[in-house]
Design a protein around this ligand. Structure first.
Ligand SMILES: Nc1ncnc2c1ncn2[C@@H]1O[C@H](COP(=O)(O)OP(=O)(O)OP(=O)(O)O)[C@@H](O)[C@H]1O
Ligand code: SF4
Ligand SMILES: [Mg+2]
Length: 356
C-alpha cells in the first residue's frame, strides 16, 4: 500500500484479537475474535478520514487500538514518527495526551457524579497541565469554544441535553490540545436536528486547532461532507480507501457500491428509478472469517466479473487502482464505479433491471 509524506499516523498490518477462553478453572484459549485482522491506512496531518462499515466490522476496535486503549495483537502504529504498538507506562501516558477520543454515547461516557467543570478539567490534572488557577481559566475558555455557558461549571451531566453533553465530550477531548481525535460515531446517538450542529462544531474546531480526525460512522452519508478521504471496512479488513469524491462518484469495491445503494435519496422519482443492492445473509463471524475474499459469501458481483473460485480461495490484497484509490477485490478494474453509481443514485440511469 502506498504512503505519502506528511502522514501523522501510519497503521500497518494492525491486528487486534480478543481471545476466547473456555473452562472455569483452567481457562483454555479456544479461539479469537479477530476484530481487526490486518489493516493498513494512513492519516495525513489536518485531514479527516471517515471509517465506515456495518456493525461489528471492527471500527471501534481500530479506533481504540490507535489511541492505545487496546494493545494491538500485531502490527505497527506510527504516530508522528513514534511506534506506539508496544509502548507502555510513562512513554504511553505522554503520547496519549496527543490523541483523544470522542465517544458515541455522551451520557455513558461522562461520569454522572462529576460536575461539568471537573469533567473537562480532569485530563489537565491527569497530565499535570497548568496551575489550579490556570486550569480553571482553561476550562472556562474550552466551554466557550464548544458553545457552552462557562457559568454552568457546577452542573451535572444529567442537567444537559444530548447535544450539550456531546459538546462536553468535545471540550474534554480538546483540553489537552491533542493532534489527533478519534470520533467514534459522535452523532449517532443524537437527534437528527442536533447532528448537523455537532458536525459543524467539529469542522470549525478542526480548522481552529489544526486537528486530524478519524471519524467513525456506520453510514456513508454521515461521513460524506466531513471527510477528505473514506476507508470502508468489512470483517476486520479495509475493503476500499479513496478520496471522499472517488468513493461517492466512482466506488470500485462491490461492498462500497452496496453501502452507497442503501443511502436513501429524498426525491421519490429518483428513488423509484434507482437500484438498491440488498446484501444477502449475515455479516460473517469474525471468529472464523470466510476464506478467500471475506466478502465472497455476500458479494453480489461474484462470478459476474471473473472466476468465482478465485474469490472463494484467494485473499485479495489491497491494491492501488489509481492515485490514492486502494481496493481489495480481484476484479476491481472491471467494476465500473461510475456506472454502478448511476445505477444506485438513479442519476441518468435507465429503469431498474432485476436485482442481482
Ligand atoms: N472487548 C471485546 N471482547 C471480545 N470481543 C469484542 C470486544 N470488543 C469488540 N469485540 C468484537 O469484535 C468485533 C468488532 O467489534 P467493534 O466494536 O470494533 O465493531 P464496530 O465496527 O465498532 O461495530 P459497531 O458499528 O456496532 O459499533 C465484533 O465481533 C465484536 O463483538
Ligand atoms: S474478490 Fe470476488 S467476492 Fe471479493 S469483492 Fe471482488 S468480486 Fe466480490
Ligand atoms: Mg463501534
Amino acid at each position: 500500500m502506498s504512503t505519502s509524506d506528511g502522514a501523522l499516523l501510519r497503521v500497518e498490518g494492525l491486528r487486534v484479537y480478543f481471545p476466547i477462553k473456555s473452562g472455569i478453572i483452567l481457562e483454555r484459549h479456544v479461539g479469537d475474535v479477530r476484530a481487526v485482522d490486518g489493516v493498513d491506512f494512513e492519516l495525513r496531518r489536518g485531514e479527516t478520514l471517515g471509517l465506515v462499515g456495518e456493525s461489528g466490522c471492527g471500527k471501534t476496535t481500530t479506533g481504540r487500538a490507535i489511541v492505545r486503549l487496546y494493545r494491538p495483537t500485531a502490527g505497527s502504529i506510527r504516530f508522528d514518527g513514534q511506534e506506539l504498538a508496544g509502548l507502555e507506562g510513562e512513554a504511553l501516558r505522554r503520547v496519549r495526551r496527543q490523541m483523544q477520543m470522542i465517544f458515541q454515547d455522551p451520557f455513558a461516557s461522562l461520569n454522572p457524579r462529576m460536575t461539568l467543570g471537573s469533567i473537562v478539567k480532569e485530563p489537565l490534572t491527569i497530565h499535570g497541565i497548568g496551575s489550579p488557577k490556570e486550569r480553571e481559566g482553561r476550562v472556562r475558555q474550552l466551554l466557550e469554544v464548544v458553545g457552552l455557558n462557562p457559568g454552568f461549571v457546577n452542573r451535572y451531566p444529567h442537567e444537559f441535553s444530548g447535544g450539550q453533553r456531546q459538546r462536553i465530550g468535545v471540550a474534554r477531548a480538546l483540553a489537552v490540545q491533542p493532534d489527533l481525535v478519534v470520533a467514534d460515531e459522535p452523532i449517532s446517538a443524537l437527534d437528527v436536528s442536533i447532528q448537523a450542529q455537532i458536525l459543524n462544531l467539529l469542522e470549525r474546531l478542526q480548522g481552529e486547532f489544526g486537528l486530524t480526525y478519524l471519524f467513525i460512522a456506520h453510514d456513508l452519508s454521515v461521513v460524506r461532507h466531513i471527510s477528505d478521504r473514506v476507508a470502508v471496512m468489512y470483517v476486520g479488513r479495509i475493503a476500499e480507501v479513496a478520496s471522499s469524491r472517488d468513493i461517492f462518484l466512482g466506488p470500485l469495491h462491490p461492498y462500497t457500491v452496496a453501502l452507497l445503494s442503501a443511502i436513501p435519496i429524498p426525491d421519490p422519482a429518483v428513488e423509484a428509478r434507482r437500484r438498491r443492492i440488498i446484501l444477502k445473509g449475515d455479516v460473517p463471524n469474525p471468529v472464523a472469517p470466510p476464506p478467500g475474499c471475506r466478502f465472497h459469501t455476500r458479494c453480489w458481483l461474484r462470478g459476474r466479473l471473473g472466476n468465482p473460485a478465485e474469490c472463494e480461495a484467494v485473499d485479495p490484497r489491497v491494491r492501488d487502482l489509481a492515485a490514492g484509490h486502494q481496493v481489495a477485490c480481484h476484479f476491481a478494474e472491471q467494476v465500473d464505479g461510475s456506472a454502478e453509481q448511476r445505477l444506485v443514485t438513479g442519476r441518468g440511469a435507465p429503469p431498474a433491471s432485476s436485482p442481482a
